[in-house]
Design a protein around this ligand. Structure first.
Ligand SMILES: [Mg+2]
Length: 324
């Protein structure tokens, strides 16, 4: 039987594996990827920016930081204020680490500029209107913590997104990813988990493009590659990154490798889309779906495992929202 801990490890390592697969091709078009890696595109993590294969990028660095911030907030009783404080402090430490050349892995500009400030953004006082995918690619640890509590996952997903990303689409996409992972972590399938997310976000104002794209991702015919005809965007924005990740996971709901390969080989933001696909399919199938030869070689695998292990043994709420 696949347990909550196993699904949490699957999600956290699944995301990191997808990130490392997409790293080398993040800024390449699909035709450039095929020129470099052959007709099927990149299949295994490769060296990038002078770092060896199986290194992670800013996506996983920030996901670890967010997870560590949540762990800090456990000591504060997981109040919304405690979560905001813990995650902001942890992301600020990540931002400081970007001054060290060998820690810099093409960090997203919205995160970098927001985290250079003294105070975080909030729903009432957003720092910017950015919908970029930086808020989504780091959101799966929220779903791991709030397994089986999708409403709380959504609220905390938004609160942690808006620390740096003020756009409504980006923050709601982060909340949706947290919801879907929270449902997958208790054994629901992708369709059931998406339906929960759709129900929770349906009444939000201004998110029609997010709903339209993710619904398309859930309904589109499976194809060998995500192309312009897919109509899912390129993953630079939070809503299209979530859509591509969902689509790849849905097309290969029984096979981790096929899902992250589909999500990495396209014209756009390959590390983020493959990370999101990996977070989803890993939560769906558990750690055993990821090749041991991948997760045992990932940079910072001890931190990735610790975040998943700690967050998945906490019972954060008894089916109620975190206390203000
Ligand atoms: Mg990256």
């Amino acid at each position: 039987m696949t347990t909550r801990i196993d699904r949490a490890l699957g999600s956290d390592f699944g995301a990191a594996g997808g990130d490392s697969l997409g790293a080398a091709v993040e800024f390449m078009s699909l035709s450039q990827i095929r020129q470099a890696y052959g007709r099927d595109g990149i299949q295994e993590p490769d060296a990038f920016y002078g770092f060896p294969a199986f290194c992670i990028t800013d996506d996983t660095q920030q996901a670890i930081a967010l997870g560590e911030g949540l762990i800090t907030a456990i000591g504060d009783g997981l109040s919304v204020d405690g979560i905001r404080r813990g995650v902001w402090s942890s992301l600020k430490r990540w931002h400081q680490s970007q001054g060290i050349p060998n820690q810099r892995r093409a960090p997203g500009s919205t995160s970098m500029s927001s985290l250079s400030r003294d105070l975080p953004g909030s729903i009432e006082t957003p720092l910017n209107r950015s919908d970029s995918c930086g808020s989504v690619m780091r959101a799966h640890p929220v779903g791991i913590l709030y397994a089986g509590h999708p409403e709380a996952a959504y609220e905390v997903g938004i609160e942690t997104a808006v620390l740096t990303h003020g756009g409504i689409l980006g923050r709601s996409a982060a909340g949706m990813l947290a919801v879907i992972v929270s449902e997958l972590c208790v054994g629901k399938d992708l369709r059931q988990s998406y339906a929960t997310a759709e129900r929770i976000v349906r009444n939000e104002i201004g998110i029609d493009p997010l709903l339209a794209l993710t619904r398309r991702a859930m309904e589109l015919e499976p194809a060998p590659a995500v192309t312009a005809e897919s109509g899912l965007g390129q993953g630079w924005e939070g809503h299209d990154a979530l859509a591509i990740g969902l689509y790849a996971a849905r097309c290969h709901e029984r096979e981790y490798l096929a899902a992250v390969r589909l999500a990495a080989n396209h014209d756009g933001d390959s590390d983020s889309t493959a990370s999101i696909a990996g977070a989803l399919i890993g939560a769906r199938l558990g750690l055993a779906s990821i090749p041991r030869s991948w997760y045992q070689r990932l940079e910072r695998r001890a931190d990735i495992a610790r975040v998943a292990n700690v967050l998945s043994v906490v019972e954060p709420v008894s089916a109620k929202l975190p206390v203000q």
